[in-house]
Design a protein around this ligand. Structure first.
Ligand code: ZN
Length: 277
């Protein structure tokens, strides 16, 4: 199975998974349908299904147009709010597309109906893949819009964290640099964070994606998967892993806001001559 990483909108990823023998293909979060269809055509494959991680516009907005274009298309997801949904899936449900197997992993928190998709191919030695939407990012995790720290802890530790370590992680956004800047604030001594951050910056300079990572790598630098590490506990002032996660997410929210709040105002003030550079 081949996974094509397609960057769309500002920083989203959609994916096209191709089964090379049958030339059937599955799309994950195809937010820009015309681009997806161009690639489907160019690759000479047949799009049979869409897997949607969650109902947010930047993940599900393409579904209806795709169904219009391909009426027999099956659109899977775990939330009735997903546009164009034809097949609602539940936790642990397995889907089969020729030799490709998909296990649906219910991971509510970012949204209450969020689903991740674990994928592997029969008789194939390639590592499996997991499509994590806005639950797990390279170096980070999604915001808790419709859920709790308890739920995200379950998602990260019991659901995603127990997948095989060589599982390739394909997430919903390119947030890697921002995430790793935060990770280096949390664990300034973590060499893996430093290495990964400079690698991610080089990828960014070349306009190349940082996905996929592997679950093993995530355990090495992603603070949201390192809740029992001394440095992460120290940063949060907590020891209970759920409390560590709660504080970590709150700090990350503030980390983001701080930048968004301060920069534009300071720049405007500069423009108006209120601040001396
Ligand atoms: Zn989202």
């Amino acid at each position: 199975m081949k996974v094509k990483v397609i960057s769309v909108l500002e920083d989203n990823y959609m994916y096209l998974v191709i089964e090379e023998d049958s030339k059937d293909a599955i799309a994950v979060d195809p937010a820009v349908p015309h681009r997806l269809l161009e690639i489907v055509k160019r690759e000479g494959v047949r799009l049979t299904a869409v897997l949607t991680t969650h109902h947010h516009w930047d993940h599900a907005r393409g579904n209806e147009a795709l169904v219009k274009e391909i009426p027999e298309l099956r659109v899977y997801g775990g939330d009735d709010r997903i546009a164009g949904l034809t097949h609602k899936v539940t936790n642990g449900q397995e889907l089969k597309f020729n030799t490709i197997n998909v296990r649906c992993l219910f991971t509510p928190c970012h949204t209450s109906g969020h689903m991740c998709y674990f994928m592997w191919e029969d008789d194939c030695t390639d590592s499996p893949a997991v499509f994590t939407g806005d639950t797990l990012f390279v170096g980070g995790c999604g915001r808790f819009f419709e859920g709790t720290a308890e739920q995200m802890y379950h998602n990260l530790t019991e659901v995603l964290g127990t997948l095989p370590l060589d599982t390739k992680v394909f997430c919903g956004h390119e947030y890697t640099i921002k995430n790793l800047k935060f990770a280096s604030l949390v664990e300034p001594e973590n060499e893996k964070v430093k290495e990964m951050l400079s690698w991610a910056r080089a990828r960014d300079d070349d306009d190349k994606p940082t996905v996929p990572s592997t679950l093993l790598e995530e355990f090495e630098y992603n603070p949201f998967l390192r809740l029992s590490e001394e440095g992460v506990q120290k940063f949060t002032g907590q020891t209970d892993p759920i409390e560590v996660l709660r504080v970590l997410r709150k700090e990350k929210d503030n980390f983001k806001k701080r930048k968004e709040r301060v920069l534009p105002h300071a720049m405007l003030a500069l423009e108006w001559g209120l601040l001396r550079p």
